[in-house]
Design a protein around this ligand. Structure first.
Ligand code: S3P
Length: 434
């Protein structure tokens, strides 16, 4: 499906964007390990998180839905069943990598595969430490790509330096650590999103965190039984970011975004917008399921200044960096994003996709770096055709840019927004006045 987004007059109203993808995945995965039934309110129903539900059903977990609640009938650490076929992980890196951690603890055989994009994404980063813990693994192309097979069991704890501060790698190791002898520790130069730790703690796992000069260290001891939980999933900051950006970019705009998760490992984009001089305000601070939640007011911000993004800042805004580059086209000066090489191995090569598409819509002053990009603003957006590379965040980011383009922006394969935000275009129609 192709979709054309034309120049808008204003953005206004109130939205509760869909629930957090990272927490929704974990709610299913970690509750499956619990001893009893967990309930999830406001579970995100989107491509990736439905992939997780399907995968855990194939592993023998009963998951049902009633009156808007998801019930996960946890099977305890050792109640999973060997699936009788290869499991298709669709487009979801999070489902795949976290599930490898769970499977490392199972004595049976499992084979995972995925769609064209997922089969190009690196898996050695997670399979290698699991192998060190004692799991038997193999994967296509010398252990790098899906399809991959795993037979686990008899794990021993390791101490692992998570150089890329990848939350998926950290989570996989911690989940495997539930099954391991002795303790398992993960050290990160910068703390990546910590939803796995938060959830495991609430469920009674033996887990300890500390902040050191070298960064962040989390340690887990195996052998505990996890208690089921009841969890309300807050709105996803990565989805709210698109509408905050829309309000900031389109004249006369103001939007209220409800119930947004602002865990410090996730809200870097909003903090960066504030630093650029954008009108972003957090109101109604509260805590839900151990996570900080606010409502966000975003307003038109014509006086934004360029900023730089350093390596240490990247993890808290990793999925929002293409959108930040898009916003930076309307900030005065040179915005430099560095230390973000990981963007090249997301659902698409997001550095290449962002730079190429900015050029496609008439932004000449943009430069591709090996580990980031440079954008010089302010610049007019003429419009044109962009290739989403079937990457949901690229499709949504350039749809927002369409709102300030002179001739409109056409997005190819726009239906990929289904991966994290199926209602994206309906919500756009709700708050945009053309
Ligand atoms: C995620 C972690 C991040 C992020 C992804 C979701 C998670 O990936 O980009 O969209 O839920 O753990 P990495 O762990 O590869 O940094």
């Amino acid at each position: 499906m192709e979709i054309k987004i034309e120049k808008a007059q204003k953005v206004s109203g109130t939205l509760r964007v869909p629930s957090d993808k990272s927490i929704s995945h974990r709610a299913v995965i970690i509750s499956s390990l619990a001893d009893g039934v967990s309930t999830v309110k406001y579970f995100l129903k989107a491509g990736d998180t439905l992939t997780t539900v399907n995968a855990y059903r194939q592993l023998g977990v009963k998951i049902d839905e009633s009156e808007g609640l998801l019930f996960i009938h946890g099977v305890n650490l050792h109640g999973f069943k060997e699936p009788d076929n290869v499991i298709d992980m669709g487009n979801s890196g999070t489902t795949t990598r976290l599930t490898f951690g769970v499977l490392a603890g199972q004595k049976f055989f499992t084979c995972l595969t995925g769609d064209e994009s997922l089969r190009k994404r690196p898996m050695r980063r997670v399979l290698q430490p699991l192998k060190l813990m004692g799991a038997h693994v193999d994967a296509r192309q010398k252990g790098e790509y899906l399809p991959a097979a795993i037979r686990g069991g008899n794990l021993r704890g390791i101490e692992f330096f998570n150089e890329k501060s990848s939350a998926q790698v950290k989570s996989a190791i911690l989940l495997a650590g539930l099954y391991a002898e002795r303790r398992t520790a993960v050290i990160e130069p910068v703390m990546s999103r910590n939803h796995t730790e938060n959830m495991l703690k609430i469920m009674g796992a033996n887990i300890k965190e500390e902040f050191t000069e070298g960064g962040y260290r989390v340690q887990i001891k195996g052998g505990s039984t996890l208690k089921p939980i009841d969890i309300n999933v807050p709105a996803d900051p990565s989805s709210a970011a698109f509408f905050a950006a829309a309000a900031v970019l389109v004249p006369n705009s103001e939007i209220l975004l409800k119930d947004v998760l602002v865990n410090i490992t996730r809200d870097g984009f909003f903090r960066k917008l504030k630093q650029m001089g954008a009108n972003i305000e957090y109101i109604n601070h509260r805590t839900e399921a151990g996570e900080p939640v606010v409502d966000i007011i975003a307003k038109y911000s014509p006086d934004m200044k360029a900023v730089s993004v350093s390596k240490e800042e990247v993890p808290s805004m990793i999925d929002e960096l293409p959108l930040l580059a898009i916003v930076a086209t309307q900030a005065e000066g040179e915005t430099i994003i560095q230390g973000a090489r990981e963007l090249r191995v997301k659902e698409s090569d997001r550095i290449k996709a962002t730079v190429e598409n900015l050029k496609n819509v008439g932004v000449a002053n943009v430069e591709e770096l090996e580990d980031g990009m440079i954008i010089r603003g302010k610049t007019k957006i003429k419009g044109g055709v962009v290739n989403s590379y079937k990457d949901h965040r690229i499709a949504m980011g350039f749809s927002i840019l369409g709102l300030i383009s002179e001739e409109g922006i056409t997005i190819k394969d726009a239906d990929c927004v289904y991966i994290s935000y199926p209602e994206f275009y309906d919500h756009l129609k709700k708050v945009v006045m053309w």
